[in-house]
Design a protein around this ligand. Structure first.
Ligand SMILES: *Cc1c(COP(=O)(O)O)cnc(C)c1O
Length: 357
């Protein structure tokens, strides 16, 4: 009985989907989710807790989060000509973009890329198309241009740097897509803090370009705050379908406070990038794996002499949780992804790796 109701009520695409599963990381050294390993310093935490006293929990928050919006524009050097829309994580912004489209529209992204583009497209009954990256995870320019021509996608998603591969795509090739596309191109800069590359400066050149970022990878994953910037006329349409008060008062106040101490994040980011160099160098000396270049706070590698599954399990037995991408198959066959942690965590990971390989 139940099943008949379920299949009658819900979209078939949803019945076929499996949810986005997050591994239970309790008691593990957690190197699976691209989090910043460092929290704020104790004295800053004390100041932060003090600012929370002024939050009126009985009142709705500022509906347009204007203070937070202003400091986001400031620390990200977003030109005044562009507007910014805030979301409950950039995941919510991906959902907002896709919800705004007519039914049955086409969406395009490379494969492999961030799984939520596909997941949310399918949940909304949109037609998701992907174009395989080359073996070195660069864009297949020709195949992408053919797909743009064929599907006329309403939205193209490009993660820059890409997740889960870690590389930056060729900027000139991306510009070619933006110029060719009839629809919107979303450059997802979730890893901008580690990349020294951005399309924010290209916003003035292209009306159909939007740049999306998040505070999650910077060091505030617990807050759930993402944002997208672009032409005010485009942001205004998206703002119509944003739920009122989508950024709660604690997130507004905490993010505003944290970003007013931006130097702390710049310092932490520098340490993470320096540690990324340490882990890369060490992994590169290990036999039996191929390590891919990265501009993000994680490293993708492929096991060559063994399959990835037992390497992943043996790391886990030693208390270290990374991400096994091998089940996704294709180019990710036997691929594992490790997030850069603290110096101590990275050493434990590297020691475990040299034991296991
Ligand atoms: C982590 C990630 C996101 C999601 O960020 P949230 O703001 O935490 O929802 C978006 N895009 C890419 C490419 C990511 O890796």
């Amino acid at each position: 009985m139940k099943n008949t109701i379920i299949s009658r009520i819900f979209r078939p695409q949803i019945l076929k989907m499996s949810g986005y599963k997050v591994a239970d990381a309790t008691h593990y050294i957690k190197l699976n989710a691209m989090e910043n390993p460092y929290n704020l310093p104790d004295e800053i935490i004390t100041q932060w807790l003090e600012t929370l006293r002024s939050c009126d929990l009985n009142r709705y928050p500022d509906p347009i989060a204007s203070d937070l919006n202003a400091i986001i524009k400031q620390v990200n050097h977003i030109p005044d000509a562009f507007d910014v829309l805030l979301g409950n994580g950039s995941d919510e912004i991906i959902q907002l973009l896709l919800m705004a489209l007519p039914a049955g529209e086409n969406i395009l992204a490379p494969e492999p890329s961030f799984v939520m583009y596909k997941q949310i497209s399918l949940s909304l009954g949109l037609n998701y198309h992907s174009v395989s990256l080359n073996d070195d995870f660069s864009l297949n320019l020709e195949a992408m241009l053919i797909a743009i021509e064929k599907y006329q996608p309403a939205i193209i998603f490009l993660a820059y740097p890409n997740n889960p591969t870690g590389n930056l795509f060729n900027a000139d090739e991306i510009k070619k897509f933006i110029e060719t596309a009839q629809g919107l191109v979303i450059i997802d800069e979730a890893y901008a803090p580690f990349a020294e590359a951005s399309f924010i400066d290209a916003l003035v050149d292209y009306e159909n370009l939007l740049v999306m970022r998040t505070l999650s990878k910077l060091g505030l994953a617990g807050l759930r705050l993402g944002f997208i910037m672009g032409q005010p006329s485009i942001i205004a349409e998206l703002d119509k379908i944003r739920l009122p008060y989508n950024i709660n008062i604690l997130t507004q106040e905490t993010a505003r406070f944290a970003l007013s101490h931006y130097a702390i994040f710049e310092q932490q980011t520098q340490t993470i990038c320096q540690q990324r160099g340490v882990v890369l160098t060490a992994l590169n000396t290990m036999e039996g794996i191929k390590v891919y270049p990265t501009a993000a706070n994680f490293i993708l590698f492929k096991t060559l002499t063994r399959t990835a599954d037992p390497v992943f399990s043996e790391l886990k037995q030693r208390g270290i949780l990374i991400k096994n991408l091998s089940p996704q198959g294709g180019l990710l066959d036997n691929c594992l992804r490790v997030t850069i942690g603290s110096a101590e965590e990275n050493q434990l990971f590297l020691e475990a790796m040299s034991d296991i390989l």
